[in-house]
Design a protein. Structure first.
Length: 94
């Protein structure tokens, strides 16, 4: 997995672009979005075709090594996992 760091230099918030294992990304429990099944299935089909997650989810570190909580991108990550995509790039807020 790879990582690139950016963000503020005054210690407030750091954001890293990391390649993460998608199965280690867990819902935060506060996903306000809903997607009808036929739209979700179309997203899965498109991800299978593309073979890569092309939009960047927003994560925070979770409990345990390499685990993350999803702040934004719950449905994208679920669809990517269902499409068989193992890893993808994400913004990780530290």
């Amino acid at each position: 997995m790879s990582s690139t760091e950016s963000g503020s230099t005054d210690g407030d918030v750091r954001v890293e672009v990391r390649e993460v294992e998608l199965r280690k990304c867990h819902p935060s429990g506060r996903n306000a979005h809903h997607m009808p099944a036929h739209v979700f299935n179309r997203l899965v089909k498109n991800l299978k075709r593309d073979g890569v997650l092309t939009s960047t989810p927003l994560l925070v570190p979770g409990e345990g090594e390499g685990q993350y909580r999803i702040l934004s991108g719950h449905l994208r990550i679920a669809a990517a996992v269902q499409a068989g995509i193992v890893s993808g790039f994400a913004l990780v807020v530290l």
